[in-house]
Design a protein around this ligand. Structure first.
Ligand SMILES: C[S@@+](CC[C@H](N)C(=O)[O-])C[C@H]1O[C@@H](n2cnc3c(N)ncnc32)[C@H](O)[C@@H]1O
Length: 379
């Protein structure tokens, strides 16, 4: 152990002894210069303690369609009690809880309107879809220690994500892929906008989206760039849905969907840019590296690989990568959030170089990395 590490360890031990002392906590909470910091820390800790309950308040609002009701305009308690099919007392309890979380806003005369966060929910239906599917996350995380020890009995997420642990994922039928494909589609829109705002496809000819779900990302890209040809690759039952979607969107002349298994079948050729959007993080290292290798192989020399997904160690959003995705993916049974540094190394191992990171608008939702095929040596 070097002397810097020894000094750091001693400093941490001293700091933590002081912070954990009830006497210091009382003093810090009342001394004018430390009061604000102490309050903020205590609040942050209590928010973690209460986080599950906050999430359940949101879950109840979503289940009862409260935000859709309030998007019609402010409503009185008695009206809301009828529409939510809750007693007035229960409705008041829910509305007050939601108001404390800025999901709704309490007005004079026991009226309620959308709060700032509730209004944001209305604008992003993908968040409600995420919240709805969280009942499986809660079931799987009911005993987090058992989960960490590999002893958890609940496996709702493993069943939901049909390709996890599947011997032949390509044989999953439409019913098995329908749930997660809808969820991905609903939550894709704001990701697509952020990615396409951060990186222009003006100078690309053909975009291949690997594991592209029902094509929501490609539809956004094709609509934004009318010169662009797009190809989607996903499991056959998912690709089938994308094909139908391209038809409905009037894009069939420049959008194709190909079904197969990335780990077994060759990817379509002809694209000068390949995207992996929210794909690598839900695969373990060996499979993720194989996805990157397949994507790299599908590109011509100088072609571009785009990786867009939430990443670990994102400044200001560490809990999303390391806590949320860390535990979600553990329950799902596959994958982990990787830091840009880790992804950089994986890209370079697949003959991709000139790796660069761009900053989309909401890096906690997705980060963006780009690399060039055949320039691995030019680090
Ligand atoms: C988390 S979803 C992301 C979907 C889409 N890219 C998005 O961001 O909305 C992962 C996708 O990978 C697909 N997938 C998983 N394993 C695959 C495999 N071995 N071959 C082809 N697609 C696969 C799934 O069907 C699913 O559509």
């Amino acid at each position: 152990m070097n002397s810097f590490v020894r000094v750091l360890d001693r400093w941490l031990a001293l700091r933590n002894r002081v912070l954990s002392s009830p006497g210091f906590q009382r003093w810090a909470a009342s001394f004018p210069l430390t009061r604000l910091i102490a309050q903020r820390r205590a609040r942050a800790l209590f928010d973690i303690v209460a986080g599950f309950v906050y999430s359940q308040v949101l879950f109840a609002c979503v289940r009862l369609d409260l935000f859709a009701i309030l998007s019609e305009g402010p409503r009185r308690l008695d009206e809301l009690s009828d529409r939510l099919a809750l007693s007035p007392d229960a409705a008041r309890r829910l509305l007050r809880a939601a108001a404390s979380l800025r999901l709704v806003q309490s007005l004079d005369g026991e009226r309620y309107a959308l709060g700032t966060l509730g209004a944001a929910m209305v604008g992003n239906p993908g968040i409600a879809a995420m919240v709805e599917h969280h009942h499986m996350v809660y079931a799987d995380l009911a005993d987090p220690v058992a989960l960490l020890r590999g002893e958890a009995r609940s496996r709702s997420l493993k069943d939901y994500w049909a390709y996890v642990d599947a011997e032949a994922p390509a044989s999953a039928d439409a019913d098995r892929v329908g749930g997660y494909t809808n969820l991905m589609s609903e939550s894709q829109q704001f990701i697509a906008d952020d990615v396409l705002d951060a990186y222009s496809l003006k100078n690309h000819r053909c975009l291949l989206d690997v594991a592209g779900g029902d094509g929501t990302f490609l539809v956004s890209a094709a609509k934004r760039w009318p010169h662009l040809r797009v190809i989607l690759f996903d499991l056959p039952a998912v690709a089938e849905r994308a094909r139908a979607r391209f038809e409905r969107e009037g894009l069939a002349d420049r959008a194709t969907a190909v079904g197969g298994d990335v780990l077994r079948d060759p990817l379509p050729e002809g694209a000068d840019i390949v995207s992996l959007v929210r794909v690598l993080h839900d695969h373990d290292d060996a499979a993720a590296q194989s996805f990157i290798a397949a994507a790299s192989k599908a590109l011509p020399s100088g072609g571009t690989l785009m990786v867009a997904e939430p990443m670990a160690e994102t400044p200001g959003a560490e809990p999303i990568g390391d806590a949320y995705f860390g535990f979600y993916l553990l329950a799902m049974g596959s994958g982990r959030a990787r830091s840009p540094r880790e992804l950089d190394a994986m890209l370079r191992a697949a003959d991709l170089g000139q790796v660069r990171q761009l900053a989309p608008r909401r890096p906690f939702l997705t980060q963006l990395m780009l690399a060039q095929r055949g320039s691995g040596a030019e680090c």
